[in-house]
Design a protein around this ligand. Sequence first.
Ligand SMILES: Nc1ncnc2c1ncn2[C@@H]1O[C@H](COP(=O)(O)OP(=O)(O)O)[C@@H](O)[C@H]1O
Ligand SMILES: CC(C)(COP(=O)(O)O)[C@@H](O)C(=O)NCCC(=O)O
Length: 310
Amino acid sequence: MTRVRELSPYVELHRAQWRELRDSLPLPLSEDELVALRGLGEPVDLAEVADVYLPLSRLISLQVAARQRLHETTTTFLGEETNGTKVPFVIGIAGSVAVGKSTTARILRTLLARWPDHPRVDLVTTDGFLHPKAELVRRGLMHRKGFPESYDRRALLRFVTEVKSGAPEVTAPVYSHVAYDILPGERNVVRKPDILIIEGLNVLQPGPSLAVSDLFDFSIYVDAHTDHIARWYTDRFLALRSTAFANPDSHFHHFSELSDEEARTEAEHLWRTINEPNLVENILPTRPRATLVLRKDIDHSINRVRLRKL
Ligand SMILES: Nc1ncnc2c1ncn2[C@@H]1O[C@H](COP(=O)(O)OP(=O)(O)O)[C@@H](O)[C@H]1O
Ligand SMILES: CC(C)(COP(=O)(O)O)[C@@H](O)C(=O)NCCC(=O)O
């Protein structure tokens, strides 16, 4: 194992080194199951699940048990009964638009739920905590979607606090890419999970006071070269013309008729004016805070893993 440098809190491992840490765990996922978890344009294969995600699920599983013992220590110190109650273990997954966070989150969710010690794994995406469209318009933030100020950060913090406090049922709002808005009356319900995964662009942002990242027990940053992500964003935009944009109800339906060249120009404009500045100004600066960084090559494959060990 190579150290990044002396006295560094990180260890950086090539995939071949990280793979060894699987410790002969069997692969509990079939090809068909993986296909159902993959997002548009995400080519992750079973070899990557075995090499990258299985060791990761083993590390997290060990940390879930250790964290539980730590909570019990605090409860005992306070003179309270432990009663065997478990505090949900919270994992944050951050990274740019179009880097593949949602695929990472879904694979991890599925693998973690196959461990007997923590079968109840819930996944919530932070787009549900975007302010509704009318509020974004009122605040002049329609071109800042995904920036920290476009979210109701207090509601997100309250949501995770309630889940960690053991509330029997906590609900989160639901965002729709089709409506381009929060869906009124729809809620995601979370009922005392063993593990909660929170996935979103800016989940690792620190706050002026307590931020949601302060409640994470483990965090993952999905990383790639900015120019590569720009290409993935454009490629996905082109592919969305015949999938999501083809839906007449889609907010972006007018894009479905664009030629390749027109679509490329539009995607590059959206990338340059919204998603790249958000990545550079807000998301990338949070990378050093992540417990684990998954670094992708231009072909989307994960080739390096950086773990914070201190
Ligand atoms: N305009 C859109 N219409 C429909 N689906 C979309 C649109 N933009 C993104 N998506 C989907 O939403 C999910 C999240 O995308 P994104 O926020 O870019 O994160 P990531 O690519 O890192 O998972 C992906 O599955 C993507 O395919
Ligand atoms: C909905 C999003 C802000 C991502 O939300 P997240 O779940 O990461 O908080 C993003 O996918 C998005 O739609 N951005 C707007 C700019 C664009 O469409 O490229």
